[in-house]
Design a protein around this ligand. Structure first.
Ligand code: FMN
Length: 283
């Protein structure tokens, strides 16, 4: 049976914009191939429920792309929560993709693929793309510097044509999920235990410079999980994912954090794993 894809959903969360860049590359390629695309940024309020009901309504000939950055070796909570809310039994072709910052892409892609397969979706492809490490924006030599580059973008475009070709050639196009589990089992087991929640105590502490803060609320409007309240200065709630957009984007530089300790840990992790290839597609 041939399956010509006519509609695609591209859903992502991207605090620092790299996963969005990859998503846009996917969107442009799909549109070039005359496919109708519905894009959804999970950090925008109300968009998640709307996209889930659209995915629910579509019956055939649609494909879903889901993108997440890698945080502490995992996909981030807004993306995993979105996957958890997807309807079951759709048999829809689905493609998880991650961007990672040169330390380790961890088990993010595998856990997304597994969660999507548990929804009875057909995982027909996947990608991990190297990106500038989003905790290293102040550093001269960040891991993943200058990525994603044109070669990464080309890889993404190649993944799209590969997936669409195999779907229109017949079959369900599923990949073997074990391909996404590219670390040895013992390392994967260790990564599974190290969650973002557990790593919270290792994250740089934020300090508010109350003299500099103008209570403009820019930090909360750029927070992807709506985790900032005001008393009257910013306070960080439990659902904070430590993207540090608040520190990076504060127009008054009023939210401070010292990244020197975490930098050492990130670079040590990169040395430990020497993960290669940096970017890879699975079709
Ligand atoms: C809290 C936090 C944890 C991160 N953990 C990892 C990690 O475990 N491995 C890695 O290679 N990059 C890690 N990164 C870097 C991001 O995965 C990478 O920069 C990604 O491209 C960011 O995506 P975005 O630009 O869409 O937000 C982390 C970044 C943050 C803020």
């Amino acid at each position: 049976m041939t399956k010509k894809i006519q509609k695609a959903f591209v859903v992502y969360c991207s605090p620092a914009g790299t996963t969005r860049h990859v998503s846009r590359t996917i969107v442009r390629k799909l549109q070039e191939m005359k496919i109708e695309v519905i894009e959804c940024d999970l950090s925008k309020k109300f968009s998640e429920t709307a996209i889930i009901s659209k995915i629910n309504r579509v019956k055939n000939n649609a494909c879903l792309f889901v993108g997440s950055p890698v945080y502490v070796s995992h996909a981030i909570p807004p993306v995993m929560n979105f996957i958890a809310r997807l309807p079951k039994n759709s048999q829809m072709p689905v493609v998880p993709f991650v961007t990672w910052g040169g330390a380790t892409s961890g088990i993010a892609l595998y856990e997304m693929g597994k969660a999507l397969a548990e929804k009875n979706m057909n995982v027909v492809g996947g990608a991990k793309i190297l990106a500038r490490h989003s905790m290293m924006w102040q550093m001269e030599n960040p891991l993943g510097k200058n990525h994603p580059d044109e070669t990464d973008d080309q890889m993404i475009r190649k993944m799209i044509t590969g997936i669409l070709d195999k779907l229109s050639a017949g079959g369900n196009g599923s990949i073997d999920l074990s391909a996404l589990a590219y670390y040895p089992a013992d390392i994967m087991a260790e990564m599974e235990k190290t969650t973002l929640k557990k790593a919270k105590s290792l994250m740089p502490k934020r300090r508010i410079d109350e003299d500099a803060c103008t209570e403009c609320k820019e930090c909360s409007s750029t927070c992807p999980t709506d985790a900032i309240s005001f008393t009257p200065y910013p306070e960080f709630e439990k659902n904070c994912i430590f993207c540090f957009n608040c520190v990076r984007l504060c127009p008054e530089d009023a939210i401070k954090a010292d990244f020197s300790k975490v930098e050492k840990r990130i670079r040590a992790r990169a040395e430990q794993f020497m993960e290669t290839p940096p970017s890879q597609i699975f079709i």
